[in-house]
Write a protein of this length. Structure first.
Length: 196
């Protein structure tokens, strides 16, 4: 049985710092982003992972590498960030000027992914994760990670708006009483802890 899914958001990039929506744009980590990824790795050293999966984007792959798990990493396309379409590179404030009532988790993005499509992608990934055994490390992104947590718990994609996810955060998805019928969030949006 799957023990737990350790979900890590990538470290800081110039656009995550400025609040720009970063889906397909492949940006490197900033210096502080690299430092945070190394610190994240310190908290993961004692954990045995049966699999390590990462988004195809360099910011997630580099976070995985700096956290010390790059040698075991496999690229998982479904871990990619939400495709923001026409909103790629824009800040929420800029989008609100065009669409004051816009909500990503309800409306999606023109020429990008819809909430239903992102939800389906998360469900497909969760199906594969639940079939694995042992602890699994996954390196992904802010909005997709939030959807993954919502769908892990069987919640509608719109509830993901209530789960903030900081860069280089450690998040754990698991089960109450080790029962697959009782999925839970074990830890959420935590900075690297001293020990687990």
């Amino acid at each position: 049985m799957l023990s737990q899914v350790f979900l890590m958001r990538h470290g800081e990039t110039a656009w995550s710092k400025s609040g720009q929506h970063t889906g397909r744009t492949d940006l490197p980590l900033t210096g502080p982003g690299e430092q945070a990824a190394r610190k994240l790795g310190e908290s993961l050293r004692a954990i045995q992972f049966s699999r390590v999966l990462t988004s195809p984007r360099q910011r997630a792959q580099r976070t995985c590498e700096l956290a010390g798990l790059g040698a075991k990493a496999e690229i998982e396309p479904d871990l990619a960030e939400w495709d923001y379409g026409d909103y790629e590179g824009l800040r929420s404030a800029e989008i609100f000027k065009m669409r004051p009532d816009w909500n990503l988790f309800r409306d999606g993005c023109p020429h990008g992914e819809t909430p239903a499509r992102v939800s389906d992608r998360a469900d497909r990934l969760i199906g594969r994760l639940r079939a694995l055994e042992g602890n699994v490390a996954v390196f992904s992104h802010g909005h997709f990670g939030r959807v993954l947590a919502a769908r892990w718990n069987g919640l509608p994609v719109g509830t993901a708006q209530h789960f903030l996810l900081s860069t280089a955060s450690l998040n754990i998805l698991g089960y109450e009483h080790n029962n697959p019928a009782e999925p839970v969030i074990v830890r959420w949006n935590a900075g690297p802890p001293q020990s687990l």
